[in-house]
Write a protein that binds this ligand. Structure first.
Ligand code: FAD
Length: 472
């Protein structure tokens, strides 16, 4: 990057918080995504606060430098890989936490990750009931930018459901506040849908295309202390789907629900089952791993009973292996994450939300694609909203094997088209769905018009809105 521009940025943040050193640029050229090529940015800047972010963006705008906001860098689909020669704005120094106990809310700077926030709220017997598997790295702001979800989402929904407002630096450097805090006299965050249309929503799942989130205000809840961990067995996916729907309809407070095929459980537990104390078991075709959580003990007892009754009514049985959901919950799925990395494989992932009653449709498409392309892959996911299931199938390849990698890329592409046809949706901007979404031209045209209006210089994380080829 031009030295003159770097000097201008350094005058805002201080010399020590801007860098063009190659070894530093190298660390920002990658993310946790294993199957995306590194791209070298031109400079890294680490502003201290919103005002500095705003000033830096004004410079980027003046010189039309593409900007990639980066918080934890833990995203898995290349979202945070920079533009070559562009500017990465690392937001980790924005590390404030403000608690509004009477408003049942908290505001955090873009640099705060889920682990740090949980540690803080724990002291007040409170929590944010969405906790991604990557929580010790993933920032709240980064999670909002991808509309992520995690432990707790099975009851409380994706992170979007908890957001009360955002502070955002727009691509022209102006700072806006959304939600009730848009009123400068507000005592703090207490209502998202204030002053008309939901501007907050424009930035959720946006991958930073519309601005940089510098602060997130979230709902907080009293911490749960009563939990039940259990596994429920079914002969068919449809029975398991019915079980989950019925349990939700009856307000059983399932904070974690994951569905596994028997063969997938064998695959995971073969690697980590012993270490996590999960006893050997002859798993049924479908296992539902459940954590019920409650604030009060008598609520929990009632829920346990109802969960069992519903399971039996739909033809299932209580398996009784508690160590699986208990370890998933306590360890925040570290074991499954580890199993993804353990062999040195690379993988492509196809995040999407499927309706719970169509969980089996994704499964059918997945195995059909795995078989067609002759690749290794697996299902994974969890219930993560009112009636939807957050699927993250992984497609593995040996990074040394170019032919296999190409097969996986082709399979990934075909899968996105097929999954779209089942009615499923990605929960964020997802360029990798481009081949599947040809029927959505007007929607994306509108999004591009918005982008053009807000960011005419196209500097903010450009290229993340899928470009539809009308010819298909
Ligand atoms: C082991 C592992 C487990 C994971 N488990 C989960 C899980 O359970 N649930 C889940 O949802 N995800 C999970 N992820 C994915 C990832 O951790 C989340 O998407 C995470 O929330 C991203 O946050 P981040 O701070 O790391 O964002 P980054 O990777 O830094 O950025 C993600 C995207 O958001 C943009 N962005 C970042 N910060 C801002 C900002 N302040 N303003 C505007 N745009 C911004 C970036 O440009 C990029 O496009 C997992 C990842 C790993 C490696």
């Amino acid at each position: 990057m031009d030295r003159h521009i770097v000097e201008k940025i350094a005058a805002i943040v201080g010399d020590e918080f801007v860098s063009t050193r190659e070894d530093i640029l190298l660390t920002y050229s990658v993310s946790a995504s294993t199957s995306y090529e590194p791209v070298m940015p031109g400079a890294i800047v680490r502003p201290a606060d919103t005002q500095q972010v705003s000033q830096v963006i004004k410079i980027a705008n003046e010189y039309k430098i593409p900007v990639t906001p980066r918080s934890g860098g833990s995203s898995l689909q290349g979202e945070v890989i920079p533009i070559e020669g562009g500017l990465v704005i690392d937001l980790l120094r924005l590390d404030t936490i403000e608690l509004y106990q009477d408003l049942r809310s908290v505001s955090v700077g873009a640099g705060i990750n889920f682990g740090a926030l949980d540690k803080y709220l724990n002291k007040h017997d409170l929590w944010v009931p969405v906790y991604p598997g990557s929580s010790l790295t993933a920032s709240i702001a980064g999670n909002v930018a991808v509309n992520g979800s995690g432990f707790g989402s099975s009851r409380f929904g994706c992170i979007a459901e908890l957001v009360l407002g955002l502070e955002v630096v727009l691509p022209n450097g102006e700072v806006i506040q959304t939600g009730s805090e848009a009123n400068p006299n507000a005592p703090g965050p207490f209502l998202r849908y204030a002053f008309g249309p939901d501007l907050t929503g424009l930035f959720i799942g946006s991958l930073g295309e519309f601005g940089i989130i510098t602060k997130v205000s979230l709902k907080i809840f009293k911490r749960m202390h009563y939990f039940d961990f259990n596994t429920y067995g079914f002969q068919t996916p449809q029975d398991a789907e019915k079980y989950i729907l019925e349990a939700k309809e009856n307000d059983v407070s399932m904070v974690w629900i994951a569905i596994y095929e028997g063969r997938i459980l064998d695959f995971f537990l073969d690697m980590v089952g012993e270490e996590y104390g999960v006893p050997k078991h002859d798993w049924p075709p479908i296992t539902v791993s459940v954590v019920i959580g409650r604030v009060r003990e008598e609520q929990l007892e009632s829920d346990i009973l109802v969960a069992k009754q519903i399971c039996e009514q739909v033809g299932g049985h209580v398996i009784g292996v508690r160590e699986l959901p208990q370890n998933e919950w306590n360890d925040r799925m570290r074991e499954f994450v580890r199993s993804s990395y353990v062999h040195g494989w690379h993988w492509r992932i196809l995040y999407h939300h499927q309706t719970i009653s169509q969980w089996h449709r994704t499964l059918e498409e997945l195995w059909s694609v795995f078989d067609k392309f002759g690749i290794l892959g697996h299902t994974a996911g969890f219930q993560s909203d009112h009636a939807s299931y957050n699927y993250y199938p992984q497609l593995y390849y040996d990074p040394q094997d170019e032919e296999e990698e190409n097969r996986v890329r082709a399979a990934h592409k075909e899968l996105s088209t097929r999954i779209f046809k089942t009615g499923a949706v990605p929960f964020k901007l997802a360029p990798y769905w481009v081949d599947g979404i040809s029927e959505m031209e007007p929607y994306f045209d509108f999004l591009r018009d918005l982008k053009q209006a807000i960011d005419p210089g196209n500097i903010m994380n450009p290229g993340k809105i899928p470009l539809i080829d009308p010819e298909g």
